[in-house]
Write a protein that binds this ligand. Structure first.
Ligand code: FAD
Length: 272
């Protein structure tokens, strides 16, 4: 398979840097082809602004989504954005790797999403009408490909458990897994999360590295998170609400968007 790893840590000698190397070595040992987007090393521009749309008239009001769509159609996005889109189309699997910072991804990676996920490429795809709300959540440009997160966290696994004070890790990562990866079509694998890493010793590192190697070995076979497909009949259109009768009675919240046996329980995370 072709694998794109998008790496968001400022220090190559960090734990994340070491785990990235572990992942790449294992993937290559399995015969996969790997490309890396190293956002800090590449000096990735993380903020969306007018400079992203050179064809925008100087006196025109800047509307980011409209400018994005027009530039995408005109093939006038900036070269750095087009290069990342080309990598996404090339890759069978996308891996986003980052340290958990303030319960989410570092800003530079969010900025990669903001800029690379252009209108017409990752959103605004397909028919938008009262009968259909586009090709998204399981459909879209990146459908048929797989994606997963590699995350390190200072907090303990218990802190991110069902009753943990930080909130369940599946809930915290939902906006990324469901909102960023599933949205444009990816089948999303359970994330790899390494907890309590800030004082990891050599033995701890080797244990985490071996769990990560195993996830790299099973990249093509690990079942994806069973999110409901937008256009699979489970949602009312155009309200986009889950149909009455689906999901556990009285249930609310993020787990409603999982389908199938075991969907209500925790445990989509591969906990290191
Ligand atoms: P590093 O600091 O590089 O290393 C961590 C430890 O691993 C060190 O002790 C290092 O010696 C050891 N190590 C063992 N083997 C190796 C090896 N082979 N190579 C390199 N190092 C090794 N945590 C949360 O849980 N939730 C949050 O919301 C959160 N917010 C944060 C916000 C900010 C701005 C920051 C800076 C940190 C935050 N943290 C949070 C903690 C953060 O998630 C961790 O510090 C981070 O995941 C550690 O990854 P690292 O690659 O930076 O580790």
């Amino acid at each position: 398979m072709k694998v794109l790893l998008v790496f968001a840590h400022p220090e190559p000698r960090s734990l994340n840097g070491a785990l990235r190397d572990v992942a790449i070595r294992e993937l290559e040992a399995q015969g996969h082809e790997v490309r890396v987007s190293d956002l800090y090393a590449d000096g990735w521009k993380s903020e969306v602004d007018r400079a992203d749309f050179p064809v925008l008239a100087p006196d025109a009001r800047f509307r980011p989504a409209a400018a994005s769509g027009e530039a995408f159609v005109a093939d006038a996005l900036t070269e750095d954005v087009k290069a990342e889109q080309e990598k996404l189309l090339w890759a069978d699997v996308l891996i986003l790797q980052f340290p958990l910072w303030w319960f989410t991804m570092p800003a530079i990676l969010k900025g990669w999403v903001d800029r690379v996920y252009a209108y017409g490429f990752a959103y605004g795809v397909g028919e938008h009408s009262d009968r259909r709300w586009g090709d998204r959540y399981g459909e879209g440009t990146l459908a048929g490909k797989r994606a997963m997160l590699i995350v390190t966290a200072g907090g303990w696994e218990e802190h991110y458990s069902a009753r943990g004070i930080n909130g369940p890790i599946d809930d915290l990562l939902f906006p990324i897994n469901h909102g960023i990866l599933y949205y444009p079509g990816y089948d999303v694998l359970p994330p790899f999360v390494a907890y309590r890493v800030d004082r990891l010793d050599d033995a701890g590192f080797e244990a985490v590295a071996e769990q990560l190697r195993e996830r790299m070995r099973t990249l093509g076979s690990t079942p994806s998170i069973p999110y409901r497909r937008q256009n699979g009949g489970d949602y009312l259109i155009p309200s986009m609400q889950l149909r009455p009768g689906l999901g556990d009675p009285g249930a609310t919240g993020l787990a409603l968007h999982l389908n199938g046996a075991g969907a209500a329980g925790p445990g989509w995370v591969d906990e290191a």
